[in-house]
Structure formats: C-alpha cells, structure tokens
Design a protein. Structure first.
Length: 184
C-alpha cells in the first residue's frame, strides 16, 4: 500500500481521536514543533527510522530535542507508528495532522519565503495583511531563502504567488526562450 495513503489514515485517525478526547489544543503545538524539527533534521529522521533503536529511546530523544515531555496521546501515537514499523512515515503523519487541524480551525497554511530575515513587527503586519486579503486567520511559516535575491514568494494552502526577483528573472528567461523558439 502507498505510504502516503497509510500516513493519511494514521494522521486522520489520530486527529479524530484527539478531537473526540478534546486533546487537539494540547497536542497541536507539539505536533507542529515535532514536524518542524523533523523536517529540518535529517539525522533525527534517520534515528527515528532505525529499527535497531528501541521505541522508548526514540521517544526520549524526541523529548530531549524539543526540550519538553510529549503529551500522552502524542507519545502513544508515536509508539504505535514505531511499533507498526512505520517510523519513516512519522513526519508525513505529523504534517497531515497539522493540515487537518488548520482546516478544522479555518486557518490558512501560509509559507512566506524571503531573501533575508524579517523583524517580528514586519511578520505581524504580513500576517494581518494575508488574513485580511483572504478573509481567514493564518499560520505563517517564514523561511529565509537568499537565492530569491529580493522580493518574496507566498504559498497559501499550496497556491504559489511568486513575487521574488529570482521568479521574475526566471519568467523573463522563459519568455525569451519561447520567443526564440517561435522565431525559428
């Protein structure tokens, strides 16, 4: 069976369980933190997927890395994933859970790619503008990508708005190449 389908089933089941148990607000910040941590740390993902390391050792390491004890429902979920030999799907499960949570709260999932670091004030202003423009509150994740040169790329629920210098240069290049091909 496709690992994406499996991760979706696990994530949906865990989301529904947390919803029924009224644990969503308690669990979500940890899911978000773990997803962000696992997405940036390849060695940690490899450690979690290593079948020679015990489940308890993996959970202890995760708690050490995020510097907080995991809530019991999340700890039980991770244990289940590991014991069912699906540890390599943990990050995907957490990301899908996050999407379910944001959808249930009518929040926009926003990724804001910029060429250089933003101040907290600028980020708050951006968050307010995006929420105003789309009519929904949003959760903004900022990523610094110097290769953008300037400007920004905004990704809202998967839709890309590329207003970066790099994006404009790529569009110009594509246009010129198409024109060159058409003139042949």
């Amino acid at each position: 069976m496709n690992s994406g389908v499996i991760a979706t089933r696990y994530a949906k089941g865990f989301f529904e369980f947390c919803h029924e148990q009224r644990e969503l607000e308690n669990v979500y910040p940890f899911v978000q933190l773990l997803a962000k941590t696992l997405s940036t740390q390849v060695k940690l993902r490899e450690f979690i997927a290593d079948k020679t390391i015990t489940c308890n050792e993996k959970i202890l390491l995760l708690e050490r890395v995020i510097e907080k004890p995991l809530p019991k429902p999340l700890k039980n979920f991770i244990t289940l994933i590991i014991k069912k030999n699906r540890a390599e799907s943990l990050l995907q499960c957490l990301l899908i859970f996050r999407n379910h949570y944001l959808n249930s709260k009518n929040f926009l999932d926003v990724e804001f790619l910029v060429a250089e670091e933003l101040s907290a004030k600028a980020l708050d202003e951006i968050r307010t503008r995006i929420a105003s423009k789309f009519g929904f509150p949003c959760e903004v994740e900022v990523k610094v990508k110097p290769e953008l040169i300037g400007g920004y790329t905004l990704i809202v629920n998967g839709k890309v708005f590329d207003l970066s210098v790099k994006g404009q240069l790529n569009s110009l290049k594509k246009g010129l190449l198409e024109k060159k091909i058409d003139n042949k």
